[in-house]
Design a protein around this ligand. Structure first.
Ligand code: GLP
Length: 245
């Protein structure tokens, strides 16, 4: 692993082998859990953090107590039943909550049925998010904050872009038209209130988004670029996603 590089004052980039992302990120999350065992862990869905969640399950089996955490999801599709296997709640319960021993009542999901501002109030009432895990979309989205999302946006329902629906088609039998057209997502303003942020990126398909997010201007065209305004962001990326120095 190369030494972390400070990209902007609040953003550190650590470039690691793909296979090591989960272990390096797992150590960061474990540290946060030990510091705040009853705190709020913000979690992302998607392919990128799956191995991190397997690593956390391994650490939990070895004695890391995650059972008292609250976990707050970034987003959820609109129109799927909660127990639909393609819903993010199903993902969160199967890959995170169950293996970490976290009961369903400690899982917070944004949803179309809950006023977004109220979701943000619930997060605040629980003390706010201690550590927010993020992936990044090819178009630079975080959560489902698509390009154009305001930097101070709150949790709300958004329309998904065609490219995002295509990227998630594999969960819907390869049919992009079967991917819901809308989702509830934490806003960028919501995400920025987390005390610490951990963004994971893997693979060449994320290279342009990562570069624009941490090396370009802060712009609504690249929602993840808003992270440059946060004071504690760690980006863990493989060489394919981070690019040559
Ligand atoms: C998805 C999710 C995001 C995720 C991103 C990247 O659409 N809504 O929370 O971080 O897009 O997903 P992946 O890791 O599968 O590339």
């Amino acid at each position: 692993m190369s030494a972390p590089v400070a990209v902007t004052p609040g953003v550190q980039l650590r470039v690691v082998e793909s296979a090591d992302i989960a272990v390096v990120a797992g150590a960061v999350v474990a540290h946060a859990v030990r510091n705040a065992p009853e705190g709020v862990l913000g979690i992302a869905t998607g392919r990128t953090p799956e191995r991190l969640y397997a690593e956390l399950a391994r650490l939990a089996a070895g004695g890391l107590d995650c059972s008292r955490l609250t976990i707050a999801a970034l987003d959820e599709y609109v129109g799927l039943a909660a127990d639909d296997p393609r819903s993010y709640r199903s993902y969160v319960m199967a890959k995170i909550a169950a293996p970490l021993g976290i009961p369903a009542e400690s899982v917070l999901m944004p949803s179309a049925g809950v006023d977004g501002a109220r979701f943000d109030d619930v997060l605040a009432a629980r003390g706010g998010v201690d550590l927010q895990i993020l992936g990044i979309g090819r178009n630079g989205h975080i959560g489902f904050n698509e390009p154009g999302s305001a930097i101070d946006s709150a949790t709300r329902v958004v329309e998904l872009t065609a490219s995002t629906r295509a990227d998630n088609a594999e969960y819907f039998g390869g049919d992009a038209d079967a991917v819901p057209t809308h989702a509830a997502t934490q806003g960028i303003g919501t995400i920025l209130r987390a005390r610490h942020v951990l963004l994971l990126a893997s693979g060449e398909s994320k290279l342009a988004a990562v570069r624009a997010a941490i090396g370009g201007a802060v712009t609504a065209d690249v929602p993840a670029s808003a992270l440059q305004t946060h004071r504690d962001v760690v980006v863990i990326a493989d060489t394919a996603a981070a690019g040559p120095r």
